[in-house]
Design a protein around this ligand. Structure first.
Ligand code: NAP
Length: 306
Protein backbone atom coordinates (compact mmCIF):
# COMPACT_ATOMS: atom_id res chain seq x y z
CA UNK A 1 0.00 0.00 0.00
CA UNK A 2 1.59 3.22 -1.07
CA UNK A 3 -1.07 5.88 -0.68
CA UNK A 4 -1.37 7.29 2.79
CA UNK A 5 -4.56 9.11 3.57
CA UNK A 6 -4.40 10.94 6.86
CA UNK A 7 -7.56 11.24 8.84
CA UNK A 8 -8.72 14.55 10.17
CA UNK A 9 -9.96 13.70 13.61
CA UNK A 10 -10.92 17.11 14.85
CA UNK A 11 -14.51 17.36 13.60
CA UNK A 12 -16.92 16.14 16.23
CA UNK A 13 -14.17 14.88 18.52
CA UNK A 14 -15.33 14.59 22.10
CA UNK A 15 -13.55 16.40 24.94
CA UNK A 16 -10.29 14.69 25.70
CA UNK A 17 -9.45 13.69 22.14
CA UNK A 18 -6.29 15.24 20.81
CA UNK A 19 -6.73 17.58 17.88
CA UNK A 20 -3.72 16.40 15.91
CA UNK A 21 -4.72 13.08 14.47
CA UNK A 22 -2.19 10.90 12.76
CA UNK A 23 -4.18 7.79 11.88
CA UNK A 24 -4.02 6.61 8.31
CA UNK A 25 -7.21 5.37 6.78
CA UNK A 26 -7.34 1.74 5.79
CA UNK A 27 -9.19 2.23 2.54
CA UNK A 28 -11.28 -0.92 2.16
CA UNK A 29 -12.97 0.39 -0.95
CA UNK A 30 -9.65 0.74 -2.78
CA UNK A 31 -8.22 -2.58 -1.56
CA UNK A 32 -11.49 -4.37 -2.41
CA UNK A 33 -11.44 -2.82 -5.89
CA UNK A 34 -7.94 -4.18 -6.51
CA UNK A 35 -8.95 -7.66 -5.33
CA UNK A 36 -12.06 -7.56 -7.51
CA UNK A 37 -10.05 -6.47 -10.57
CA UNK A 38 -7.85 -9.51 -10.10
CA UNK A 39 -10.93 -11.66 -9.58
CA UNK A 40 -12.38 -10.38 -12.87
CA UNK A 41 -9.16 -11.30 -14.70
CA UNK A 42 -9.33 -14.80 -13.23
CA UNK A 43 -13.06 -15.14 -14.01
CA UNK A 44 -12.40 -14.18 -17.65
CA UNK A 45 -9.62 -16.75 -17.91
CA UNK A 46 -11.80 -19.49 -16.45
CA UNK A 47 -14.59 -18.57 -18.88
CA UNK A 48 -12.15 -18.67 -21.79
CA UNK A 49 -10.78 -22.08 -20.77
CA UNK A 50 -14.03 -23.81 -19.83
CA UNK A 51 -16.63 -21.98 -21.92
CA UNK A 52 -18.61 -21.29 -18.74
CA UNK A 53 -18.38 -18.33 -16.39
CA UNK A 54 -18.07 -18.94 -12.64
CA UNK A 55 -21.55 -18.84 -11.09
CA UNK A 56 -22.61 -17.83 -7.59
CA UNK A 57 -25.97 -19.14 -6.40
CA UNK A 58 -27.70 -16.81 -3.94
CA UNK A 59 -30.45 -18.21 -1.77
CA UNK A 60 -32.90 -15.87 -0.08
CA UNK A 61 -35.69 -17.03 2.22
CA UNK A 62 -38.41 -14.45 2.83
CA UNK A 63 -38.41 -10.78 1.94
CA UNK A 64 -36.41 -9.04 4.66
CA UNK A 65 -35.61 -5.69 2.98
CA UNK A 66 -32.00 -5.56 4.23
CA UNK A 67 -31.36 -9.12 2.98
CA UNK A 68 -32.95 -8.30 -0.40
CA UNK A 69 -30.59 -5.31 -0.71
CA UNK A 70 -27.51 -7.32 0.32
CA UNK A 71 -28.27 -10.07 -2.19
CA UNK A 72 -28.84 -7.56 -4.99
CA UNK A 73 -25.58 -5.81 -4.12
CA UNK A 74 -23.69 -9.14 -4.27
CA UNK A 75 -25.27 -10.01 -7.63
CA UNK A 76 -24.31 -6.61 -9.08
CA UNK A 77 -20.75 -7.01 -7.89
CA UNK A 78 -20.64 -10.53 -9.38
CA UNK A 79 -21.80 -9.20 -12.75
CA UNK A 80 -19.04 -6.56 -12.73
CA UNK A 81 -16.43 -9.26 -12.10
CA UNK A 82 -17.70 -11.56 -14.87
CA UNK A 83 -19.35 -13.98 -12.43
CA UNK A 84 -22.90 -15.00 -13.29
CA UNK A 85 -25.45 -15.48 -10.54
CA UNK A 86 -28.43 -17.71 -10.07
CA UNK A 87 -30.94 -16.45 -7.61
CA UNK A 88 -33.17 -18.82 -5.67
CA UNK A 89 -35.98 -17.05 -3.84
CA UNK A 90 -38.05 -18.99 -1.36
CA UNK A 91 -41.09 -17.87 0.66
CA UNK A 92 -40.78 -17.10 4.38
CA UNK A 93 -42.91 -20.19 5.05
CA UNK A 94 -40.20 -22.53 3.65
CA UNK A 95 -39.44 -25.46 5.95
CA UNK A 96 -35.95 -26.58 6.95
CA UNK A 97 -36.42 -29.68 4.83
CA UNK A 98 -37.37 -27.66 1.75
CA UNK A 99 -34.45 -25.29 2.19
CA UNK A 100 -32.01 -28.15 2.70
CA UNK A 101 -33.37 -29.78 -0.48
CA UNK A 102 -32.95 -26.56 -2.49
CA UNK A 103 -29.36 -26.09 -1.27
CA UNK A 104 -28.51 -29.76 -1.83
CA UNK A 105 -29.68 -29.41 -5.45
CA UNK A 106 -27.33 -26.43 -5.90
CA UNK A 107 -24.50 -28.37 -4.24
CA UNK A 108 -24.97 -31.13 -6.83
CA UNK A 109 -25.44 -28.82 -9.83
CA UNK A 110 -22.24 -28.71 -11.93
CA UNK A 111 -23.13 -25.23 -13.24
CA UNK A 112 -22.91 -23.73 -9.76
CA UNK A 113 -19.46 -22.72 -8.46
CA UNK A 114 -20.41 -21.29 -5.09
CA UNK A 115 -23.44 -20.98 -2.83
CA UNK A 116 -24.44 -18.10 -0.60
CA UNK A 117 -27.33 -18.54 1.81
CA UNK A 118 -28.33 -15.05 2.89
CA UNK A 119 -28.83 -14.99 6.63
CA UNK A 120 -30.56 -14.59 8.97
CA UNK A 121 -33.21 -17.06 7.78
CA UNK A 122 -36.68 -17.09 9.41
CA UNK A 123 -36.60 -18.32 13.02
CA UNK A 124 -38.45 -21.58 12.42
CA UNK A 125 -35.66 -22.81 10.11
CA UNK A 126 -32.69 -24.77 11.43
CA UNK A 127 -30.04 -22.45 9.98
CA UNK A 128 -27.15 -24.80 10.79
CA UNK A 129 -28.82 -27.67 8.91
CA UNK A 130 -29.28 -25.37 5.91
CA UNK A 131 -25.64 -24.22 5.97
CA UNK A 132 -24.41 -27.79 6.23
CA UNK A 133 -26.23 -28.66 2.97
CA UNK A 134 -23.65 -26.50 1.17
CA UNK A 135 -20.96 -28.71 -0.36
CA UNK A 136 -17.58 -27.80 1.20
CA UNK A 137 -16.13 -27.07 -2.26
CA UNK A 138 -18.90 -24.52 -2.88
CA UNK A 139 -18.88 -22.90 0.58
CA UNK A 140 -17.55 -19.58 -0.72
CA UNK A 141 -19.12 -17.70 2.22
CA UNK A 142 -17.18 -19.89 4.67
CA UNK A 143 -20.16 -20.86 6.82
CA UNK A 144 -19.94 -24.64 7.10
CA UNK A 145 -18.39 -26.69 9.88
CA UNK A 146 -15.97 -28.06 7.29
CA UNK A 147 -14.67 -24.58 6.45
CA UNK A 148 -14.48 -23.57 10.11
CA UNK A 149 -12.55 -26.71 11.00
CA UNK A 150 -10.16 -26.28 8.07
CA UNK A 151 -9.44 -22.76 9.30
CA UNK A 152 -8.90 -24.07 12.83
CA UNK A 153 -6.41 -26.67 11.59
CA UNK A 154 -4.68 -24.09 9.39
CA UNK A 155 -5.60 -26.09 6.29
CA UNK A 156 -6.64 -24.67 2.91
CA UNK A 157 -10.32 -23.86 2.62
CA UNK A 158 -12.77 -21.02 2.37
CA UNK A 159 -12.86 -18.51 5.21
CA UNK A 160 -15.77 -16.56 6.55
CA UNK A 161 -15.72 -13.48 4.31
CA UNK A 162 -15.66 -10.62 6.82
CA UNK A 163 -12.76 -12.00 8.92
CA UNK A 164 -11.07 -12.96 5.67
CA UNK A 165 -11.51 -9.37 4.50
CA UNK A 166 -10.05 -8.05 7.76
CA UNK A 167 -6.93 -10.18 7.25
CA UNK A 168 -6.58 -9.00 3.64
CA UNK A 169 -6.77 -5.37 4.80
CA UNK A 170 -4.07 -5.95 7.41
CA UNK A 171 -1.88 -7.55 4.75
CA UNK A 172 -2.52 -4.72 2.28
CA UNK A 173 -1.27 -2.24 4.87
CA UNK A 174 1.74 -4.40 5.77
CA UNK A 175 0.72 -4.83 9.39
CA UNK A 176 3.05 -7.39 10.95
CA UNK A 177 1.00 -9.32 13.47
CA UNK A 178 3.78 -11.41 15.00
CA UNK A 179 3.81 -11.01 18.77
CA UNK A 180 1.19 -8.26 18.67
CA UNK A 181 -1.62 -8.28 21.18
CA UNK A 182 -4.82 -8.52 19.15
CA UNK A 183 -8.07 -7.91 20.98
CA UNK A 184 -11.30 -9.02 19.32
CA UNK A 185 -14.49 -7.62 20.81
CA UNK A 186 -17.25 -10.02 19.77
CA UNK A 187 -17.26 -13.80 19.42
CA UNK A 188 -19.91 -14.63 16.81
CA UNK A 189 -19.23 -17.73 14.74
CA UNK A 190 -19.14 -15.78 11.47
CA UNK A 191 -17.07 -12.82 12.62
CA UNK A 192 -15.42 -12.42 16.01
CA UNK A 193 -14.41 -16.03 16.62
CA UNK A 194 -12.89 -16.69 13.17
CA UNK A 195 -11.22 -13.25 13.17
CA UNK A 196 -9.38 -14.22 16.36
CA UNK A 197 -8.40 -17.60 14.93
CA UNK A 198 -6.99 -16.01 11.77
CA UNK A 199 -5.04 -13.46 13.82
CA UNK A 200 -3.66 -16.30 15.95
CA UNK A 201 -2.60 -18.13 12.80
CA UNK A 202 -0.54 -15.01 11.95
CA UNK A 203 1.20 -15.24 15.33
CA UNK A 204 -0.71 -12.54 17.18
CA UNK A 205 -1.49 -13.08 20.86
CA UNK A 206 -5.26 -12.98 20.91
CA UNK A 207 -7.75 -11.97 23.57
CA UNK A 208 -11.49 -12.31 22.98
CA UNK A 209 -13.96 -10.01 24.70
CA UNK A 210 -17.73 -10.47 24.83
CA UNK A 211 -20.79 -9.40 26.76
CA UNK A 212 -19.61 -11.15 29.94
CA UNK A 213 -16.08 -9.76 29.86
CA UNK A 214 -15.13 -7.91 33.03
CA UNK A 215 -13.48 -4.52 32.72
CA UNK A 216 -13.56 -4.43 28.92
CA UNK A 217 -11.83 -1.02 28.80
CA UNK A 218 -8.68 -2.27 30.51
CA UNK A 219 -8.35 -5.08 27.95
CA UNK A 220 -9.12 -2.92 24.92
CA UNK A 221 -6.45 -0.48 26.13
CA UNK A 222 -3.82 -3.21 25.71
CA UNK A 223 -4.68 -3.85 22.06
CA UNK A 224 -1.98 -3.33 19.46
CA UNK A 225 -4.61 -4.52 16.98
CA UNK A 226 -8.28 -4.08 17.79
CA UNK A 227 -11.13 -5.77 15.95
CA UNK A 228 -14.53 -4.41 16.88
CA UNK A 229 -17.37 -6.80 16.05
CA UNK A 230 -20.05 -5.96 18.56
CA UNK A 231 -23.00 -4.46 16.70
CA UNK A 232 -23.34 -1.44 19.01
CA UNK A 233 -22.94 2.04 17.57
CA UNK A 234 -19.74 3.81 18.67
CA UNK A 235 -19.37 1.41 21.60
CA UNK A 236 -15.58 1.73 21.78
CA UNK A 237 -14.29 5.23 22.47
CA UNK A 238 -10.99 6.85 21.69
CA UNK A 239 -9.88 7.03 25.31
CA UNK A 240 -9.64 3.22 25.30
CA UNK A 241 -7.50 3.03 22.16
CA UNK A 242 -3.80 2.40 22.80
CA UNK A 243 -1.75 5.10 21.06
CA UNK A 244 -0.53 3.73 17.73
CA UNK A 245 -3.03 0.84 17.65
CA UNK A 246 -4.43 -0.58 14.43
CA UNK A 247 -8.23 -0.41 14.58
CA UNK A 248 -10.53 -2.50 12.42
CA UNK A 249 -14.18 -1.69 12.82
CA UNK A 250 -16.43 -4.42 11.43
CA UNK A 251 -19.55 -2.93 12.97
CA UNK A 252 -22.26 -1.52 10.80
CA UNK A 253 -25.06 0.12 12.74
CA UNK A 254 -28.00 2.37 12.18
CA UNK A 255 -26.91 5.82 11.08
CA UNK A 256 -24.02 4.37 9.04
CA UNK A 257 -21.72 4.20 12.04
CA UNK A 258 -19.38 1.50 13.26
CA UNK A 259 -18.73 0.00 16.67
CA UNK A 260 -15.87 2.44 17.26
CA UNK A 261 -16.26 6.18 17.80
CA UNK A 262 -14.31 7.12 14.72
CA UNK A 263 -13.09 10.64 15.42
CA UNK A 264 -11.78 10.02 18.93
CA UNK A 265 -10.23 6.65 17.96
CA UNK A 266 -8.57 8.13 14.88
CA UNK A 267 -6.87 10.66 17.15
CA UNK A 268 -4.92 7.83 18.81
CA UNK A 269 -4.70 4.99 16.30
CA UNK A 270 -1.99 4.63 13.67
CA UNK A 271 -4.31 2.91 11.19
CA UNK A 272 -8.10 2.81 11.23
CA UNK A 273 -10.91 1.61 8.99
CA UNK A 274 -13.69 4.07 8.20
CA UNK A 275 -17.36 3.06 8.31
CA UNK A 276 -18.53 2.79 5.62
CA UNK A 277 -15.64 2.06 3.26
CA UNK A 278 -13.45 -0.07 5.51
CA UNK A 279 -14.25 -3.68 6.36
CA UNK A 280 -17.63 -3.70 4.53
CA UNK A 281 -16.38 -3.67 0.90
CA UNK A 282 -13.76 -6.28 1.75
CA UNK A 283 -16.44 -8.82 2.65
CA UNK A 284 -17.93 -8.91 -0.86
CA UNK A 285 -14.48 -8.82 -2.48
CA UNK A 286 -13.51 -11.99 -0.56
CA UNK A 287 -16.83 -13.64 -1.48
CA UNK A 288 -16.21 -13.04 -5.18
CA UNK A 289 -12.59 -14.09 -4.97
CA UNK A 290 -13.57 -17.34 -3.24
CA UNK A 291 -16.25 -17.98 -5.90
CA UNK A 292 -13.62 -17.79 -8.62
CA UNK A 293 -11.26 -20.00 -6.60
CA UNK A 294 -14.07 -22.56 -6.27
CA UNK A 295 -14.79 -22.42 -10.01
CA UNK A 296 -11.10 -22.93 -10.81
CA UNK A 297 -10.81 -25.89 -8.44
CA UNK A 298 -13.95 -27.49 -9.90
CA UNK A 299 -12.52 -27.10 -13.42
CA UNK A 300 -9.17 -28.51 -12.32
CA UNK A 301 -7.41 -25.24 -13.14
CA UNK A 302 -4.56 -23.67 -11.20
CA UNK A 303 -5.16 -19.92 -11.17
CA UNK A 304 -1.46 -19.23 -10.72
CA UNK A 305 -0.78 -20.88 -14.05
CA UNK A 306 -3.58 -19.22 -16.03
P1 NAP B 1 -23.53 -10.76 16.89
O1 NAP B 1 -23.70 -12.16 16.41
O2 NAP B 1 -24.70 -10.03 17.47
O3 NAP B 1 -22.32 -10.76 17.94
C1 NAP B 1 -22.03 -9.62 18.70
C2 NAP B 1 -20.94 -9.95 19.66
O4 NAP B 1 -20.71 -8.78 20.45
C3 NAP B 1 -21.29 -11.08 20.62
O5 NAP B 1 -20.21 -11.97 20.74
C4 NAP B 1 -21.57 -10.37 21.93
O6 NAP B 1 -21.17 -11.10 23.08
C5 NAP B 1 -20.68 -9.15 21.82
N1 NAP B 1 -21.19 -8.08 22.67
C6 NAP B 1 -22.46 -7.62 22.75
N2 NAP B 1 -22.54 -6.67 23.69
C7 NAP B 1 -21.32 -6.54 24.22
C8 NAP B 1 -20.77 -5.75 25.25
N3 NAP B 1 -21.53 -4.86 25.94
N4 NAP B 1 -19.47 -5.88 25.55
C9 NAP B 1 -18.69 -6.73 24.87
N5 NAP B 1 -19.14 -7.53 23.89
C10 NAP B 1 -20.45 -7.43 23.57
O7 NAP B 1 -23.01 -9.82 15.71
P2 NAP B 1 -22.06 -10.15 14.43
O8 NAP B 1 -22.86 -10.86 13.41
O9 NAP B 1 -20.77 -10.72 14.86
O10 NAP B 1 -21.84 -8.67 13.91
C11 NAP B 1 -21.18 -7.67 14.68
C12 NAP B 1 -21.20 -6.36 13.92
O11 NAP B 1 -20.53 -6.55 12.66
C13 NAP B 1 -22.59 -5.86 13.54
O12 NAP B 1 -22.58 -4.43 13.57
C14 NAP B 1 -22.79 -6.31 12.12
O13 NAP B 1 -23.68 -5.47 11.39
C15 NAP B 1 -21.39 -6.19 11.59
N6 NAP B 1 -21.10 -7.09 10.45
C16 NAP B 1 -20.53 -6.53 9.36
C17 NAP B 1 -20.23 -7.32 8.28
C18 NAP B 1 -19.60 -6.69 7.09
O14 NAP B 1 -19.72 -7.19 5.99
N7 NAP B 1 -18.89 -5.59 7.29
C19 NAP B 1 -20.51 -8.67 8.29
C20 NAP B 1 -21.07 -9.25 9.44
C21 NAP B 1 -21.37 -8.42 10.52
P3 NAP B 1 -21.91 -12.46 23.55
O15 NAP B 1 -21.37 -13.52 22.63
O16 NAP B 1 -21.48 -12.63 24.95
O17 NAP B 1 -23.38 -12.24 23.36
Amino acid sequence: MTTAQTVSATAGAPAGATDTATARLMDGTAVARRISEQTAVHAAKITERTGTAPCLATVLVGEDPASVTYVRMKQNRCAKAGITSRHVELPASTTTQELVAAITALSEDPEISGILLQHPVPHHIDERAAFEAIAPGKDVDGVTMHSFAAMGFGLPGFVSCTPGGIMRLLAAYDVDLTGKHAVVVGRSAILGKPAGMLLLEQNATVTYCHSRTRDLSSIVRQADVLVAAVGKAEFIRGEDIKPGAVVLDAGYNEGNVGDVHFESAAARASLITPVPGGVGPMTIAVLLEQTVLAAAAQAGLDLAEL
